[in-house]
Design a protein around this ligand. Structure first.
Ligand SMILES: NC(=O)c1ccc[n+]([C@@H]2O[C@H](COP(=O)([O-])OP(=O)(O)OC[C@H]3O[C@@H](n4cnc5c(N)ncnc54)[C@H](OP(=O)(O)O)[C@@H]3O)[C@@H](O)[C@H]2O)c1
Length: 316
């Protein structure tokens, strides 16, 4: 069931297809960015249920396709389901959308409806912003991904394309159930993977701690489980030992963020760099806005910094 009435847009409109779209910071951030970028400030949320009826997704995509002033959308949560239900409506899909069988960006160009999977790009831009590529070659550091969902998979795809000396020496992936681990293995098996990956089934936080304990000095630990936002808590226990000189990155920037508290408790003793998901949020949205409004938005430098400042000010 769609909780939003799909009425034709009276001005150029950008859409956010999610579950509880009204609660997202983007509702305040987008109009502020739009004023700066000189585009329409109109953002509309479309809330669908988790794994909604395929007919719902087809209705949403048909509306976006045919309503002239509805320019496009960013899709969260429903990325796989929406594409599965409405693949025949798209005239063009980018290679990542085809590889991952999902769309996070819906846009129109020259009368064609286009779908992109932007997560490999936006997660990669965020990863590179935390440490320059050369860091990995210089240190031989490793990466541990807690959670084997869509965003973890997207980041591994980005990393597999990095040249030698600019990528982690090894990737450890954990997940509490087997399905997503197997799906990730399946995608990796079909591509050239220069980084060794070890997959761990970890139904308990103690098992995640044990994987983190394997990491070399300087390594990065990412919380990509959603715990701390989508559900309370952390995938780790308080007894976890983060790698010395390491990096702790929570993909989320709101919620109880217990994972970040656990890292802060060891920040001084272990000399940890701690990051939240805010820059990931900014890259994720700007990659789609760029596509929908046919803009060229830099992903670093003064203009990008200005957009980050505008977003930080608007979310307060
Ligand atoms: N900052 C941003 O802009 C941004 C961008 C993308 C994602 N995110 C956030 O990142 C999080 C992950 O996103 P996603 O799209 O990858 O979600 P997802 O596809 O739902 O994946 C989450 C994965 O974590 C696993 N998991 C949950 N608890 C676990 C635990 N205790 N130990 C190990 N694995 C566990 C889940 O396992 P099951 O398969 O058993 O459920 C699932 O496979 C979400 O909270 C999302 O909001 C933030």
């Amino acid at each position: 069931m769609i909780s939003t009435e799909l009425t034709p847009a009276a001005e150029p409109a950008f859409y956010f297809v999610g579950v509880t779209t009204g609660k997202s910071s983007i509702m305040k951030v987008f109009p502020a960015w739009a004023r700066h970028l000189g585009i329409s400030e109109c953002i509309r949320g479309i809330d669908c249920k988790w794994h909604d009826d395929p007919e719902v997704y087809r209705t949403v995509v048909d509306f976006l396709k045919h309503d002239e002033l509805s320019l496009g959308a960013l899709v969260t949560t429903h990325k796989l389901d929406l594409l599965k239900a409405s693949r025949d409506r798209f005239e063009w899909l980018d290679p990542y959308a085809t590889q991952l069988e999902e769309v996070s960006s819906i846009s129109k160009r020259d009368g064609q409806l286009r779908g992109h999977a932007k997560d490999p790009i936006s997660s990669g831009l965020s990863f590179d912003a935390i440490k320059p590529g050369s860091y990995w070659g210089e240190t031989g550091a490793e990466l541990c991904l807690l959670g084997a969902g869509g965003s973890s998979l997207a980041l591994t795809i980005h990393l597999m394309k990095q040249e030698e000396g600019k990528r982690p020496s090894k990737i450890y992936v954990t997940n509490r159930s087997e399905k997503r681990l197997n799906e990730m293995k399946e995608v990796h098996s079909k591509m050239d993977c220069p980084i060794p990956v070890e997959y761990f089934l970890c139904p308990t936080p103690e098992q995640n701690d044990a994987v983190v304990a394997k990491l070399k000095e300087g390594s990065m630990v990412i919380n990509a489980t959603g715990l701390g936002k989508d559900a309370p808590g952390s995938p780790l226990t308080n007894a976890v030992s983060f790698p010395v000189n390491g990096i702790a990155w929570d993909f989320n920037y709101r919620g109880d963020l217990i994972f970040m508290d656990q890292a802060r408790a060891q920040q001084e003793a272990k000399n940890l760099q701690i990051e939240d998901g805010w820059v990931y949020f900014v890259h994720g949205w700007l990659c789609v806005i760029e596509e929908v409004f046919n803009l060229d938005i830099p992903s670093s430098g003064p203009e990008f910094d200005r957009l980050c400042d505008i977003a930080a000010e608007a979310r307060k």
